[in-house]
Write a protein that binds this ligand. Structure first.
Ligand SMILES: C[S@@+](CC[C@H](N)C(=O)[O-])C[C@H]1O[C@@H](n2cnc3c(N)ncnc32)[C@H](O)[C@@H]1O
Length: 219
């Protein structure tokens, strides 16, 4: 697809920048505050966490779940997540979210700061994959940057998909996919796909709780 090169560069960015990833969580009070939102969310049962990164959310989810399966493409961030998460109920898997298909279904699928990295053309397939990963009655829960955060990014306007330029401490530069979803449009788009949706703003972020369309009955 048009976005393959960008997605590869995005994976490379998070691999190369793993050691720098946690810095905003250490420095920004609003992010530390945002992490506590987990305690208000209907996280339950067996949880699939997509793009878990360095595991900022994983131990908090594990405290509310029967089990957590946390997936990320980058071995470097997974090493940090493993070090942070000493729980026998958490399993980490290195895999590409766009290709990996879970071997079972989950009560909750959770993803923080991942939806904005999914190219718009891949969203219908992505939501279908999330729906397929959910057990009956399950919920998808997501957290991401709202449009106000765009002012802090080096937005790139000449790419095949919405994108931004990120820089690491060594001066290296990487293009990443970055879609600043507006809660209303996202609600409309998901509703059109048959999901029931509640999205609420939390400071400059948003938190979504969604349920997929009912699976067609037999016959
Ligand atoms: C913005 S970080 C979010 C990490 C974590 N969820 C958080 O909120 O701190 C995005 C994560 O997506 C991962 N990632 C990028 N492309 C991926 C892919 N194709 N499949 C799985 N993970 C991917 C990166 O390695 C990175 O850890």
């Amino acid at each position: 697809m048009d976005d393959d090169a960008l997605l590869a560069e995005q994976r490379a960015y998070y691999r190369a920048g793993a050691a720098e990833y946690d810095r905003p969580y250490a420095e920004r009070e609003d992010l530390r505050e945002l992490l506590t939102v987990v305690d208000e969310l209907p996280i339950a049962g067996d949880v699939l966490e997509l793009a878990c990164g360095t595991g900022q959310w994983t131990p908090r989810i594990a405290a509310r779940a029967r089990s957590v399966t946390a997936v990320d493409a980058a071995a470097e961030v997974l090493a940090l997540a493993r070090a942070r998460t000493a729980s026998p109920s958490v399993q980490f898997i290195q895999a590409d979210v766009f290709e990996w298909r879970p071997p079972r279904r989950y009560d909750t699928v959770f993803f923080a700061f991942w939806l904005s990295h999914v190219p718009p053309a891949r969203l219908p397939d992505f939501w279908n994959a999330v729906a397929a990963a959910l057990a009956p009655g399950g919920k998808a829960i997501f957290i991401d940057d709202g449009p106000a955060v765009a002012a802090e990014e080096e937005v790139l306007t000449d790419q095949p998909v919405p994108a931004a330029l990120r820089r690491l401490d060594d001066g290296s530069q990487y293009r990443i996919v970055k879609v600043f979803h507006d809660a209303r449009t996202l609600t409309d788009d998901l509703t059109a796909l048959g999901w029931s949706v509640r999205i609420r703003p939390v400071a400059r972020n948003f938190v979504g709780v969604t349920e997929p369309p009912a699976a067609p009955g037999p016959g």
